[in-house]
Design a protein around this ligand. Sequence first.
Ligand code: AMP
Length: 290
Amino acid sequence: MTERDRGLVRLALPSKGRMAEPSVKLLHDAGIAFEPNGRTLHTRCLDLDLELLFVRSDDIPVWTRDGGVDAGITGRNQAVEAGAELDELLALDFGYCRLAQAVPSEHPAMRPADLTGARIATSYEHTLARELDRLGIEARILPISGSVELAPRLHAADAVADLVSSGETLRQNGLREIGTLLESQAVLVARPGLDAAQRALVDDVVLLLGSVIAARPKRYLMLNARDETLDDVLALLPSLDAPTVLPLSRPGMHAVHAVIDAEDVVRLLGPLRAAGASSLLVMPIEHLIA
Ligand code: AMP
């Protein structure tokens, strides 16, 4: 019986590029401990039957589909571009980008459908072909591996389809966005057909990572309030569920615990204090499973 028969899961992580550091940080924040990989391309987790492989993010869909690894972190767009049939288990809340359709500013097109018959330059030809097909647009795809924005200026193409996050590079190159073909972010994908033991381990990883992603925009607020101010203090609190209210050992006072949005902290602290709250503590939350 091999280790993988006993449930060992191989998880591929991006070895470099913009998704490498946030992927390792996410595992680290989830408490999935492993020896720093340094220059090695694989390492074993300390508490889980998980082997980590560090490979190029655009190779991860193919490695996962073909069984070299069982799961991986990659861009949704990279999974689509590879045409790999994979289970997308979790969106990871980083690596946001979109495949934007753009034309030179003077071009009359206002939406992707206006590009029927046009030549569209892209480095993501499979994704573009799939989306054009889905939209029923017949156009010619010009596959280019880089500097796609130059193609219209050189009259090699009428339009481009490129990955952007802000869209600034397109604007700087005199291009105007007319539509989004795909919304992407980093995702955890798995090979369909994992056995029960591997699936159970992957489900644990999904729970751990998902609980970190859910916790990041939240804060744990603790405060004390005299009983006569309690209602005013509670009225200010938006909470995940209902705030916890606990009697203090000192009579006439209660402690209030609540999960709040991190972005509400600045707005809330002053009014809470003015309403009678004291001993205010705001803490990060490591995991949140609602
Ligand atoms: P990299 O290894 O840094 O080249 O990563 C490329 C991947 O990062 C893309 O396939 C996307 O999934 C993701 N990504 C996030 N933002 C952008 C962006 N502004 N341009 C290109 N790729 C992006």
